[in-house]
Each structure stands twice: as C-alpha cells, then as structure tokens.
Design a protein around this ligand. Structure first.
Ligand SMILES: Nc1ncnc2c1ncn2[C@@H]1O[C@H](COP(=O)(O)OP(=O)(O)OP(=O)(O)O)[C@@H](O)[C@H]1O
Length: 346
C-alpha cells in the first residue's frame, strides 16, 4: 500500500494531492497538465514536495524530516521511452537492475518467463520493437525487487499494433504480481482494460480516488472520464456453454448470457454503457434482449439512474418522462434490460 499526501506549488499550478493505492493497478487519470507526472515523480523521489507525507508499506519515504533518495525508495519506474542501455544486451540490461541482490537469479528466471523475454535475451535494444523494449523495461523495473511499480504512460510512444501487443503483458503483471502499481494515463480504453482503481485528477487536485467500477457507475464522476464512458464495469467468469451456443457468465449482478467463444473459467470484464440499459418495473416478457437483471434504484441524477444489482453498480441513461412514467425513485425495484455488452479480457 502506498499512501500519498503532499503539496507543491509551481507558478502556473499548485498541487495538493492525497490518495492511497493498494496492490493492483491504480490509474492516475486526468487532462494534460493536471499533475499526474509530477505526482508520480514526487512518489519516486524525483521531485521534492513543499510539504507532505509519502509512506510505502509503512516505510516513510518523505515527510518533514525524511526524504529518501530515489534509489533507496524501492520503486521501479517505467517511463514512456524504455531508457535501456543501448550498448548492453537485453540479458545484461536485466541483470544490471538486479546486480546487488541476493535471490536475483531465481527472480531473473521467473520474471523472464512471465514476460516471455527468453527469445530476446541476446538482442541489443536497437533491434527490438517499441513494444518489446517496453516489456524489457518492465522486466528490468521488476528485477530491482520494488515494493511499488510506477508506469508513466508506458504505451504513449507506441503505435496501435504495439499497444495491442503489450496490453496482455500488463494484464498479466496486474494479476500475477501482488504489487501496488501507479499507472499514469489519459487513455480511457487503457484505464478500462487495466485499472483496478482510479485517482481522478483535475488541476492539481484529486477529484476522487476509488475502485474503477465505482467511478464509472457514479453519474457525477463518470463524465470526468468522458461522457460516453458512463456505465458499469462488471467482473464475470464464464461458467458454462449452453446448448444454443451462448455462454453463461456469472457476475455479482446475476448471470449474463453472451455470444462468446471462451472456455469455462475465463475471467472477463464486462462493459455495459448507460445508454445500452433500459428499465422496466415489471419483469420483462416477450423481449428479444437476453439479459434482464433485477435491480434497485439508488439515485436519479442528471438523466442517469444509478442501480444496485447485488454487489454491483450500474447506470441507465433515462429521460425525465420515463422517470415519471415508471415512477422511479430511490429504493424502487426494477429490471435492468441490457441491450449490449462489450467484453474486455481480464
Ligand atoms: N519543474 C516544473 N517547473 C514549473 N512548473 C512545473 C514543473 N513541473 C510541473 N510543473 C507544473 O505542473 C503542471 C502539471 O505537469 P505534469 O507533467 O505533472 O502534468 P500531467 O498531468 O502529467 O500532464 P501530461 O498528461 O500532459 O503529461 C505543469 O503544467 C506545470 O504547470
């Protein structure tokens, strides 16, 4: 767990930042110039706050008295450009990061296997693709045995094909390495695919910090991620393939049937946008939509109905006239009819 709280003034912007990030990927998200890079630099020890307190797993990195230098903070940093040593092979770039550590050989084998770096070990950085270079940079950061991984727009310099190539590795990192990771990004698709939590930043301040699912399902916060993005992000697992070819996906909101070809056990993230959900007070009958889930209204605001479905939250975009016709208010029982679901790998 990383605990961050600091202030730092610049002529054009004063930063006043506070959030905590547990294990998993926490995206620092916000418009250009809102202070994302400055924040991760303060955490990594590359920028000195005016005041504050930064604590990693109970260890003070910075406060009024302590100010550990970057190399003593146990933080792995992956920059936009990989910054590998050009004259060293991939293997030597990797070994360099672990050079002082006991147990480094076992880590070398484990991390090389996890990121499938074996075939690249004898190559020089100049002969690698941008995506391969970033994979090596991630491996190098992990080999320093960090307690926190900081990634500042690690995909920003890559073209779409290379981004697509590296995303599954970042997912693997998220699911297999139990580290807190701060991930700076202003790409909504990247955040949706990778993040567990989000720190939403605006003009040097934290507007909200919390689980991604909570941000997307909150009508007040979702617009900060881009108006089109309001909706739910629900975790599910494929449990069965039905006789008619549809897959049954179990979620905390209930079972959802999807036309998918994934084996049972596959974990997914399901994205259900607010404008793809319609509401009905009675259990719907005679509808072509496959998925109608019992729900309870939590709140109605700005044309959005916020719903509870078991432990999950969902949004439905709705006109004031429909709110009136259906007599919807907080606490009302209804059914959420989901017209379409997009599936993100998890
Ligand atoms: N060394 C500095 N000197 C003066 N001002 C600075 C300095 N570093 C950061 N700032 C101020 O902080 C602002 C935020 O910069 P920062 O790079 O953290 O934003 P960002 O959210 O990462 O933006 P982007 O998405 O474009 O990378 C800058 O626009 C600038 O006003």
């Amino acid at each position: 767990m990383i605990e961050v709280e600091f202030q730092r003034g610049f002529p054009g912007l004063s930063l006043d930042v506070a959030f905590q990030a547990p294990a998993g990927i926490t995206a620092l998200f916000g418009p250009s110039g809102c202070g994302k890079t400055t924040t991760v630099n303060a955490v990594a020890g590359l920028l000195r706050p005016d005041r504050g307190r930064i604590v990693l797993n109970g260890r003070v990195l910075f406060d009024g008295r302590t100010d550990l230098p970057p190399q003593a903070r146990r933080i792995g940093y992956v920059f936009q450009d990989a910054r590998l040593f050009p004259h060293l092979s991939v293997a030597r770039n990797l070994r360099f990061a672990a050079r002082w550590r006991r147990g480094a050989d076992a880590d070398f084998d484990r991390i090389t296997a996890m990121l499938d770096l074996g075939p690249l070990l004898h190559r020089r950085p100049a002969t690698l693709s941008g995506g391969e270079r970033q994979r090596v940079a991630i491996g190098r950061a992990l080999l320093s045995a960090p307690e926190l991984l900081v990634m500042d727009e690690p995909l920003a310099a890559l073209d779409e094909a290379r981004k697509t190539e590296i995303l599954p590795w970042l997912e693997r990192l998220r699911d297999e390495v139990r580290l807190p990771m701060l991930y700076v990004s202003h790409s909504v698709p990247e955040v949706l695919r990778l993040a567990n939590s989000v720190v939403l930043m605006q003009q040097g301040r934290v507007r909200h910090a919390g689980p991604l699912t909570e941000v997307l399902a909150d009508p007040a916060l979702a617009p900060l991620m881009g108006a089109r993005e309001a909706g739910a992000l629900i975790a599910g697992t494929v449990v069965a393939r039905e006789a008619d070819g549809l897959s049954r996906v179990m979620t905390a909101a209930g079972p959802i049937w999807l036309a998918l070809d994934r084996p049972p056990g596959t974990r997914l993230r399901l994205r259900i946008l607010a404008h793809e959900v319609i509401l009905s007070r009675a259990a719907p009958q005679g509808l072509s939509a496959l998925n109608a889930l019992p729900a309870t209204v939590i709140d109605i605001r700005d044309g959005m109905v916020q719903l509870a479905l078991g432990d999950e939250r969902m949004l439905a975009q709705i006109t004031p006239r429909s709110v009136q016709m259906l007599d919807l208010k907080a606490g009302a029982a209804c059914h959420a009819i989901v017209k379409s679901v997009s599936v993100l790998p998890s």
